[in-house]
Ligand binder design. Structure first.
Ligand SMILES: Nc1ncnc2c1ncn2[C@@H]1O[C@H](COP(=O)(O)OP(=O)(O)OP(=O)(O)O)[C@@H](O)[C@H]1O
Length: 570
């Protein structure tokens, strides 16, 4: 509840106005049976009861206008709260540390931004509605007591019965709704992952298995949803029946009391009108409480997003001293889990301002972790990273790097959107130069919409997509180009285009590649060999071939993968 209140607090003024309007609307509603009683009482006097009828019509009109205003206000507020929750989730995602996001299924994160805020919608309106309804309910009871305390006694019995059922069933509705949403989150996670890997799923003939897993989550959601709906149906039925029974009892009891002369007919009618009015708040309170349960569960899940650790955006930018090394790592250690093993251990490494450094090492040696450290996706547990000789911690320095990921390096949108992703103000000339650098000019020109071709619409090959990603990275020569090479085989043209582009970059800036191809190591000015999170050796290809066993074995493996001579290319 406190979490939900957190979302409502900024709107307390609107909520208060909504509450006041709600109470005024209820007051108008409450006065109508009394006006009706007055009309009935004046029936014997002869003539048309003009004044009481006018009062009654006035009350109806005022009540309607107030209720309409209140409805509009609350509906707007509910939409606004959903919008704000979505905005806050989305902003939080992009401010969060990479590890905090990659540790959770993407589909689940998407559910947090799409369906959970929608549940806050009704909960927000329910809070006001609940207060007005409870107050309206109590006020109706008071007025009924004024009319006839005996009849009220039997009404209260029905109210107590309904109350007891609600107290028993409502918590389990909340739990079931929470479980249903959790299953929907799981469904989203598995579905997203499976669609992403749809080729593998089909090639492995795992369609049935995967859809089975997703359907299992869907049926869990169904089961919990059904449970919640059934419980809600019970609550509603009991509330309705309770009130219906009360009406019958009161009608009988009331008629008897009228007979005995203890009650006026007009009071009995007014009392019955109140009883009918009581049904409104009673059922609405039931509805409000069930909606609130769902809203509170959603708010609690949304709160977990607020707890995602964010990146530290503070810290001084590096000053303009320009030592020979653009990047330096001093005894840098990092691990992914606080009590886990070191992913890299006391790495000492210097990246010169110009030239091409290739990083090689067996799987799990820490190559990706090294890039993640440099880009501050991962924070070191000890040691220092220096840019231009100055320790850096701010993400602002990312503007000085360009990074080409190994997998999914393109973002949704057109080719132009992708090329301009890092520099939205890049000119058409710059785009053309970058495309030329990766030898994509003709390919893109041949597309019907050219640069404006949506990437989803084109079947660019894996190699071409890699080249678009590289073109994006070299739009404005970055100081440090970090390139995680694709492990997949590339066609000769792509390989040559990439190689030439990297070579050109290394003449004006630093290029660091995680090398998966023989041509890359042959082309590099220096090579760093990582093993089990440590720098094992550094040197040129020729030096390392002479001195390092592991390097010889790695190169041999690369040579088998890409048959090329073992001589440097330049
Ligand atoms: N997100 C993560 N959570 C926990 N441990 C991780 C994570 N990413 C990497 N590791 C661990 O850190 C170590 C270094 O991994 P890293 O991915 O940096 O190696 P790599 O050299 O890039 O391997 P590969 O060539 O297979 O991509 C490995 O032991 C790996 O299991």
């Amino acid at each position: 509840m406190t979490v939900l209140i957190g979302y409502l607090r900024p709107h307390r003024r609107t909520l208060l106005i909504g509450l006041v309007l709600g109470l005024l609307g209820s007051a108008a509603g409450l006065a109508t049976p009394l006006a009706a009683k007055e009309i009935i009482d004046s029936l014997g006097d002869g003539g048309f009861p003009g004044r009481p009828v006018a009062v009654l019509v006035g009350l109806v009109v005022v009540g309607t206008v107030i209720s309409f205003r209140q409805w509009m206000m609350m509906a707007t507020l509910a939409e606004r709260i959903v919008y704000e929750a979505r905005v806050s989730v989305v902003r939080r995602y992009f401010a969060a540390r990479v590890g905090a996001l990659t540790g959770r299924p993407t589909g689940e994160l998407v559910t947090r931004a799409t369906s959970d805020p929608a549940l806050l919608h009704d909960a927000a309106a329910s809070v006001v509605s609940l207060v007005t309804n409870v107050l309206g309910f109590l006020a109706t009871l008071v007025l009924m007591a004024v009319l006839d305390p005996v009849l009220l006694g039997s009404t209260l019995l029905a109210v107590l019965l309904v109350g007891a059922v609600m107290v028993t069933l409502l918590p389990s509705i909340g739990r079931a709704q929470e479980a249903a949403q959790a299953s929907i989150g799981e469904l989203g996670g598995t579905l997203e992952g499976s669609i992403r890997a749809i080729r593998t799923v089909k090639a492995s003939r795992a369609e049935e298995r995967q859809s089975g897993r997703i359907v299992a989550a869907a049926s869990e959601a169904f089961r919990h949803g059904l449970h919640a709906a059934h419980q809600a149906a019970k609550v509603w039925t009991v509330s309705w029946t309770g009130i219906q029974l009360a009406i019958i009892v009161i009608l009988g009891l009331g008629a008897w009391r009228v007979e005995l002369g203890l009650l006026e007919v007009s009071s009995l009618i007014a009392f019955l009108l109140y009883l009918f009015q009581l049904m409104g708040p009673a059922t609405e309170i039931t509805q409000n409480l069930t909606t609130l349960q769902a809203g509170m569960a959603a708010a609690a899940r949304l709160r977990t997003i607020d707890e995602l650790p964010t990146e530290d955006f503070t810290g001084p930018p590096p000053d303009s001293a320009r030592p020979d090394a653009v990047l330096e790592l001093r005894r840098v250690t990092a691990r992914y889990a606080p009590d886990g093993p070191d992913a890299v251990h006391e790495i000492d490494l210097t990246i010169p301002r110009l030239g091409h450094t290739a990083v090689v090492g067996p799987s799990g040696a820490g190559k990706t972790t090294l890039f993640s450290l440099v880009l501050r996706f991962v924070e070191p547990t000890s040691g220092t990273l220096l840019l231009d000789g100055v320790p850096y911690g701010s993400h602002q320095v990312r503007s000085r790097f360009a990074y080409v990921e190994q997998e999914t390096p393109l973002v949704p949108g057109t080719i132009r959107d992708n090329l301009r992703f890092t520099h939205p103000d890049a000119t058409d000339e710059e785009l053309a130069a970058a495309l030329a650098a990766v030898r994509l000019t003709e390919r893109v020109a041949a597309l019907p919409q050219g640069l404006d071709t949506p990437l989803s619409a084109t079947e660019l090959s894996g190699g071409e997509r890699q080249r678009v990603a590289l073109a994006r990275a070299v739009i404005r020569t970055p100081e440090v180009l970090l390139l995680d090479e694709a492990t997949a085989q590339l066609d000769a043209l792509t390989e040559q285009a990439l190689q030439e582009c990297v070579r050109a970059q290394s003449r004006t800036g630093a290029v660091v590649t995680i090398a998966h191809r023989l041509s890359t190591v042959l082309d590099a000015d220096r090579i760093v060999v990582l093993e089990a999170g440590r720098v094992r050796a550094q040197g040129t290809h020729a030096q390392l071939l002479e001195t390092d066993d592991l390097y010889r074995r790695l190169v041999e493996a690369l040579r088998i993968a890409t048959p090329r001579p073992l001589t440097p290319a330049r």
